[in-house]
Design a protein around this ligand. Structure first.
Ligand code: AHR
Length: 333
């Protein structure tokens, strides 16, 4: 049965104008305290970007968008500091160096959700605004940072579960392929899914495949064998792992999209191509392109204006090959 081509815009809290849990950030650093971009003296605003580094299609698109947005032409000198092999200690070292350098603002995409309190307090003492990109911190003490900018992980995974409920009104066996343990996005994606999935849907396994196609293929091959292929659905928490699951399904002589439906999150071109081919069944975008919003937040913070502590980036979902085919020509990542 061909599903009507459709995609839904999934916007959480409006980007601007919503009731703000306003935090007036202190102007930070050594320069451009007035405008947040090149000051009247032409000096660039210095930004320390404590980043994750190479991790997959989504991360590449997000970090490139941030670096393109905070360009010298836009009045910024962005210092990019990717983690070493995803290691939080390397991020904390870079974060501390940026404080010591007296950058004007720090952007953080955390490789772990916990363990940030002391460096965030040090940035506050130095009056350097910190903006969290994508990844949150736990416990989520909003007094420790200026703003968090990301799509709504809880809402996105809830919309995936709603789709799954509609696909399997009489229930099904399913498997969750998670990102690395300890990440806020993984916890939130589990939360949204678990709160929404119907009681007659049976979770056989929930296992991390660390955002990796290869690892997801291996993990799901093992699970299929252990369950005599009696799995009808996979909730993969990112595109790469969903594509790995599709390979495992094909390796088992089954047909992805028919024998096993696969849901993914991110919305990269690779995933939408697989959806257009019927190898994936539902793709929820986790929009990585929010550099302009981050610039607005940094400028407002440096100007001493009230800034929303949680800014939700709108995202869409794709639930059919037709919707994916229609969208692909204009996709940017
Ligand atoms: O934090 C966002 C997640 O990190 C993306 O869903 C995943 O692809 C990336 O590696």
């Amino acid at each position: 049965m061909s599903k009507t081509a459709s995609f839904r815009a999934f916007a959480g809290i409006a980007l601007v104008g919503a009731m703000a849990l306003g935090i007036t950030a202190c102007s930070g650093g050594s320069s451009a305290e007035s405008t947040g971009a090149a000051g009247s003296d032409g000096e660039l605003t210095t930004i320390g970007f404590v980043a994750v580094g190479p991790e997959g299609g989504w991360r590449t698109a997000n970090e490139q968008n941030i670096q393109d947005s905070f360009s010298k032409e836009n009045g910024f000198d962005l210092k990019y500091a990717p983690a070493t092999n995803g290691d939080q200690n390397s991020q904390i070292t870079a974060f501390t160096s940026f404080i010591d350098e007296g950058v004007d603002a720090i952007l953080l995409s955390a490789t772990e959700a916990t363990g940030w309190e002391s460096v965030l307090e040090r940035a506050q003492e130095a009056e350097i605004p910190v903006v969290l990109l994508d990844r949150g911190i736990e416990p989520n003490d909003t007094s420790l940072y200026t703003s968090h900018i990301a799509p709504d992980n809880v809402g996105i995974s809830a919309s995936a579960a709603e789709w799954a409920n509609a696909q399997f009104p009489d229930g099904a066996n399913y498997v969750v392929l998670e990102g690395p343990p300890g990440l806020s996005v993984v916890n939130d994606r589990n939360k949204g899914w678990d709160e929404t999935i119907d009681a007659n849907m049976k979770k056989l396994e929930s296992q991390s495949a660390n955002w990796s196609t290869e690892e997801a293929k291996s993990v799901f091959e093992t699970i299929l064998k252990a369950n005599n292929n009696d799995v009808q659905l996979v909730f993969a928490q990112n595109d790469e792992m969903g594509l790995g699951a599709a390979l495992a399904v094909e390796e088992a002589g089954l047909k992805p999209g028919t024998d096993v439906k696969i849901i993914t999150i991110d919305g990269t071109k690779a995933a939408l191509t697989a959806l257009s081919e019927g190898r994936l069944s539902f793709v929820a975008e986790y929009n990585p392109l929010f550099g302009d919003t981050a610039i607005d937040v940094v400028k407002s913070a440096l100007a001493g204006e009230t800034v929303e502590s949680d800014i939700v980036v709108p995202s869409v979902t794709f639930d059919s090959p037709e919707a994916a085919t229609e969208a692909l020509p204009t996709r940017q990542f």
